[in-house]
Design a protein around this ligand. Structure first.
Ligand SMILES: O=c1ccn([C@@H]2O[C@H](COP(=O)(O)OP(=O)(O)O[C@H]3O[C@H](CO)[C@@H](O)[C@H](O)[C@H]3O)[C@@H](O)[C@H]2O)c(=O)[nH]1
Ligand SMILES: [Mn+2]
Length: 610
């Protein structure tokens, strides 16, 4: 709401898929606080414009006595608001005297019987920017602010985030119909008040602006630690790969931090005849707030989409857990171009990165599954994108869509190599053979290239090493599940899996370990049993292999590459061994995982011996 942008041309829509009156309460509170916060920010160039992020910054103290006092005053207001919201959340419901503050609370009254999965459409204009009294402390106009909870009924599929986005697109078309839509996830904040203006430069460019469908910023996080233990922020992906895709005019749409041209998002094909700038006008609306709310409620109802092209040709595409990537590609195949924009100055948007291994692996399972699903569907870039996307962009898409397919080759290296080492079966040429050279070259060159690239992009050596580990863990667990689930679904053996929401709240203990970069396990899930078993197989392979071959003439040379490979895997897995055998905190691997892993690894070794 406090962007450096004319507020009369700004409308903010909040989608609440949880349909909670507590969220509505928080939004209503925020709309009151905005009257103090927006003028404070704009007058004194306060950044970032998220009050929470700003007051959290230890350096966030403006200079000058007057300003300092004002800052403390605003901070006090903010903290009071925060504590009111927290108290309300603890209570679990909004008391009658508070409900009378806004007519919107009536939506949650008893006779409506609102539950998370079963409720009517709710659209409440919290601030109507056209109203005389919608002004801040300074008397400047406030942007429009709207709460939307689309209708949910058990008999209708809600299509997760894509469904929520499409409902928002329709509601906003009715109300403000802005030509450009910025879409942000609930776990993000805006870090640069000029981001809107910057993005508009692309859309309004006289030469090529008319062809731009969206401007995508990279996903950046405010809670990434120095060595990025879970590889959440892969700098070379952001700085090299995604930028490369952008070079083809085919930047990936990654769901958040993205400015869309409404027209392109609504399924229109690019046509050079249409003057792209003409549609950049704000909708002037003579309907009353009440009329707008009622009209929008119909648009966000369950049955509205029946028999329409929504989710197919219009809006975000349904049926895929990575609705974003497939939607972006579809838009590009409609003739539009997209921009990947990673400003040098600072991240425009910051989000919350997963801070436990499990959350991160679940997120990757969803991604790899959704991406692989696209590859196997009619949207496969090599088919759907044929003649519509440059070949480089098609292949670029495939490197992501095929994440899941890397699972089995990786598992072969991770399991077969150490087991064969233990049995004395050489898999690669021996060190003294000339055939050793190509193998060693590919491995060595790839490793050095990736390290140098990582360092050039700003990784620490440890950060790069951590990324190698996480990639290994993802490929040997998340991606295996993704692969199996996707194939099972294609064969009709299982139902479509949905959108597993990324957990956002963790305990204080877990947060501390995350900040100290200590790997968090703490559960006996199948994922961790696989992770621990793979680690144990490699430990057995390495120790057993050395025990067996050290003494034999030429043994080490015969198995040279396997030894090398096994040592690297053992090295990467050090945190897993520590969590298995040495740690006693809540984040360690539980004893039953240890027994299962040791048991399974021994079993594999015995089977191999037979
Ligand atoms: O039924 C749902 C499920 C999710 N969401 C929203 O979707 C967003 C992303 O969900 P989150 O759980 O934070 O998932 P992430 O793994 O962080 O999401 C990444 O990956 C998704 C695709 O898998 C993209 O849509 C996201 O933009 C991208 O940040 C959040 O704002 C949610 O509120 C809904 O509105 N309704
Ligand atoms: Mn998220």
């Amino acid at each position: 709401m406090s962007y450096n942008y004319p507020t009369r041309k700004l409308a903010v829509y909040l989608s609440d898929d949880g349909c909670s009156e507590l969220t509505f309460y928080a939004l209503h509170q925020a709309s009151q606080f905005a009257k103090h916060w927006i003028p404070f920010c704009k007058r004194h160039n306060i950044e970032p414009r998220s009050p929470d992020a700003y007051f959290d910054k230890p350096t966030a103290r403006p200079s000058g006595q007057d300003l300092l006092e004002l800052c403390f005053y605003v901070k006090k207001l903010y903290e009071e608001m925060k504590s009111r919201i927290e108290t309300m959340a603890e209570k679990g419901s909004v008391p009658p005297e508070t409900r009378s503050q806004h007519k919107g609370f009536l939506q949650w009254s008893h006779h409506n019987n609102v539950t998370k999965r079963n409720h009517q459409s709710i659209v409440e204009i919290v601030i109507d920017g056209r109203e005389e009294d919608a002004v801040d402390e300074d008397g400047d106009r406030l942007p429009t602010l709207v709460y939307v909870a689309r209708e949910k009924r058990p008999q209708f599929h809600h299509n997760f985030k894509a469904g929520a986005m499409n409902a928002l697109i329709r509601a906003s078309t009715e109300m403000s119909n802005g030509a450009v839509i910025l879409n942000l996830d609930c776990d993000m904040f805006s870090n640069d008040p000029d981001a809107i203006r910057d993005a508009l430069c692309f859309f309004l460019d006289e030469q090529s602006g008319h062809r731009i469908a969206f401007v995508q910023h990279p996903q950046q996080y405010f809670n990434v630690t120095k060595n990025d233990l879970y590889g959440n922020s892969p700098l070379q992906t952001d700085k090299v790969e995604l930028a490369g895709m952008g070079g083809y005019g085919a930047a990936l749409y990654i769901g958040t931090g993205c400015f869309h041209r409404r027209e392109a998002l609504c399924g229109n094909k690019y046509s050079s005849k249409v003057d792209g700038q003409g549609s950049m006008n704000w909708k002037s609306n003579d309907k009353t707030a009440n009329e707008l709310e009622e009209a929008s409620k119909v648009l966000v109802s369950c049955s509205y989409e029946e028999g329409t092209q929504w989710g197919k040709e219009i809006g975000l595409v349904y049926g895929c857990p990575v609705e974003d990537v497939v939607t972006g590609m579809k838009i590009q195949c409609n003739g539009w171009k997209s921009i990947y924009y990673r400003p040098q100055k600072e991240a425009a948007f910051l989000g919350v990165a997963p801070n436990t291994l499990e959350i991160s692996l679940i997120q990757h399972k969803r991604w790899a599954e959704g991406l692989f699903q696209i590859f196997l569907s009619s949207y496969c870039p090599l088919v759907y994108g044929h003649k519509r996307l440059p070949l480089g962009a098609q292949l670029g898409y495939c490197t992501y869509l095929l994440w899941a397919a890397t699972a089995f080759p990786t598992l072969c290296y991770l399991v077969l190599a150490p087991l064969c080492l233990l049995q004395g079966i050489p898999l690669f040429p021996q060190v003294s053979s000339p055939w050793f050279i190509p193998f060693a070259y590919v491995y060595g060159a790839r490793t050095i290239y990736s390290l140098v690239e990582g360092l050039m992009c700003g990784y620490t050596v440890k950060g790069w090493w951590n990324l190698q580990r996480v990639v290994l863990l993802r490929r040997s667990s998340s991606y295996v599940f993704s692969f199996v689930d996707t194939v099972a679904k294609q064969l009709g053996l299982s139902k479509a899996s949905g959108f597993a929401v990324t957990a956002k709240v963790v305990t204080e203990d877990v947060r501390r370990r995350y900040e100290e970069e200590v790997m968090e396990f703490g559960s006996s899930s199948t994922t961790f049993i696989i992770v621990a078993t793979v680690a144990m197989v490699n430990l057995f392979g390495l120790v057993g292999g050395i025990g067996k071959w050290w003494w034999v003439d030429g043994g080490m040379s015969l198995m040279g590459l396997q030894f090398g490979l096994c040592s690297v895997v053992v090295g990467l897995n050090l945190p897993v061994y520590v969590a298995l055998f040495f740690r006693r905190d809540d984040g360690c691997l539980p004893v039953d995982v240890m027994f299962k892993a040791v048991g399974l690894a021994s079993l594999a070794a015995c089977l191999m011996a037979i």
